[in-house]
Write a protein that binds this ligand. Structure first.
Ligand code: NI
Length: 141
C-alpha cells in the first residue's frame, strides 16, 4: 500500500451560524466566525489516495488526473466564493471545515477509478485542520 497526495489552495468566505439558534447562542457557539458580514480563509486542501503501484505506469493514480478532477469538481466551485450562498452542494449546511471535508469526500470518492480515496485533509488556517477518511459522519443540518 502506498499513498499519493495532491495539494490545492482556495480562498473563500463564510459565516458560521445556525438559523435555529438565538443571536446570543450563535455568538457563544461560533465566536468570531459568527461575524454577521462573514470573513475569509485561505484554505489548503490535501487529497490523498491509497493503492498499489501499477506495473505498466509506475503510478497509483495519475496525479495530473487527480489535479483535474479536484480542480473541476471542488476548487472551481468554492474558490473566491461565499460558502453560505454561492455553492449549490453546500446549501443548507453550516460551512465548517468538518462539513466541507465530508462534502468534498462525497464528491470525489465515486470518481476515483484506480486505488481509493484515503483521506481529505482541509486546513482552514495554519493551525486548524480537519481530516476525514469516510465512514459514518453525516452532516446533521
Ligand atoms: Ni471561519
Amino acid at each position: 500500500m502506498i499513498f499519493i497526495t495532491r495539494k490545492h489552495e482556495f480562498c473563500a468566505s463564510h459565516r458560521l451560524y445556525n438559523p435555529n439558534f438565538s443571536d446570543e447562542k450563535n455568538e457563544a457557539t461560533f465566536g468570531l466566525c459568527n461575524n454577521k458580514n462573514g470573513h475569509g480563509h485561505n484554505y489548503v486542501l490535501e487529497v490523498t489516495l491509497s493503492g498499489e503501484v501499477c506495473e505498466d505506469t509506475g503510478m497509483v493514480f495519475d496525479l495530473k488526473e487527480l489535479k483535474k478532477l479536484t480542480t473541476q469538481e471542488i476548487i472551481a466551485k468554492v474558490d473566491h466564493k461565499n460558502l453560505n450562498v454561492d455553492v449549490d452542494y453546500l446549501s443548507g449546511m453550516i460551512p465548517t471545515a468538518e462539513n466541507l471535508a465530508i462534502k468534498f469526500w462525497e464528491i470525489l470518492e465515486p470518481k476515483i477509478t484506480k486505488g481509493r480515496l484515503h483521506e481529505i485533509k482541509l486546513y482552514e488556517s495554519e493551525r486548524n485542520y480537519v481530516v476525514y477518511r469516510g465512514g459514518i459522519c453525516e452532516p446533521t443540518i
